[in-house]
Design a protein around this ligand. Structure first.
Ligand code: CP
Ligand code: NVA
Length: 304
């Protein structure tokens, strides 16, 4: 049974298959073609954390393809102790073709993959956000064509989004550069693992955001405090103050560099209005692409 738990589960060629299927389904929709290739299929989403893009894009995706979606909070599903997690997974699996989970722990998503008997998608965990990173590379492909040898520079917290971006860049021969303050960087052991698995991986980490963007084709940022880190918000605002994506930072990058943000954005913190709303920003086409990518993932998992 094929799942999307982490990008590490996919080969680079499977990543490309999802991106190609996404492109096909996006151009079919733009041409007015809404063939119900997922008619009768059921997607159940179980989320322990808030979501706008992921939840709505998956619901819209399966709806446009003729399928049906069900949404439950983790509490409603019984993940807070009403019954065992394995029993919840088995019961939902009996009603669904695909389960998408947004959780704190990656292990919970893995347990669903073992117990549910249906395809499981990681819709964000503390460890990774694969659907986001796939969307981001799809958006880069739309902007640049072939992205091999391009440079994606991530400025900010070494979080779940950064992990998935570093992984997909290593898989697809995109240079990945991250500027993060000491204590908030990605682990060197994580980079070593990627280098071992993907021999041509190009991964660089620095504390200097201006140096990091010098050769960037894409400048990317995310919130400084992720969901679950709300109590650290004000401490993090001080630590990350020099990592804001603003006009001065973009002036250190090539003028044709594009700006991406997974959203939600904390405007005035990690990004200024003039950058996210400016001519270099693709943040909102990127958000729309979450839906096209959701279709690509569903169609790929269900082999239609
Ligand atoms: N980018 C993203 O995953 O957004 P949501 O948290 O709104 O789903
Ligand atoms: N790193 C953020 C991403 C939100 C889409 C979080 O986990 O809250």
């Amino acid at each position: 049974m094929q799942h999307l738990l982490s990008l590490r589960d996919l080969t680079p060629s499977q990543v490309q298959q999802i991106l190609s299927r996404t492109a096909e389904l996006k151009s079919q929709l733009k041409a007015g073609d809404r063939k119900p290739v997922l008619q009768g299929r059921v997607l159940t989403q179980v989320f322990e954390k808030p979501s706008l893009r992921t939840r709505v894009s998956f619901e819209a995706a399966i709806g446009q393809l003729g399928g049906y979606s069900i949404f439950l909070s983790g509490k409603e599903a019984g993940l807070e102790g009403r019954e065992s997690t394995a029993d919840v997974a088995r019961v939902i699996g009996g009603y669904s073709d695909v389960i998408a989970l947004r959780t704190f722990s990656q292990e919970l998503i893995e347990l669903f993959a073992e117990e549910s008997g249906c395809h499981v998608i990681n819709a964000l965990s503390d460890a990774s956000h694969p659907c986001q990173a796939l969307t981001d590379i799809f958006t880069m492909q739309e902007a640049f064509g072939d992205v091999t040898g391009r440079t994606l520079t991530y400025v900010g917290d070494g979080n779940n989004v950064a992990v998935s971006l570093a992984t997909i860049c290593a898989q697809l021969d995109i240079h990945f550069v991250i500027a993060a303050p000491e204590g908030y960087q990605l682990k060197e052991s994580f980079f070593d693992g990627l280098r071992k698995e993907y021999s041509s991986a190009s991964l660089t980490q620095t504390t200097d955001p201006h140096a990091a963007v010098a050769n960037a084709d894409v400048i990317y940022t995310d919130v400084w405090a992720s969901m679950g880190q709300e109590s650290e918000k004000s401490a993090r605002e001080k630590v990350f103050a020099d990592y804001q994506c603003n006009a001065a930072l973009l002036a250190s990058a090539p003028s044709e560099a594009r700006f991406l943000h997974c959203l939600p954005a904390r405007r005035g913190l990690e990004v200024t209005d003039d950058v996210i709303d400016g001519p270099q920003s693709l943040a909102f086409p990127q958000a729309e692409n979450r839906m096209h990518l959701a279709k690509g993932v569903l169609a790929w998992l269900l082999d239609v």
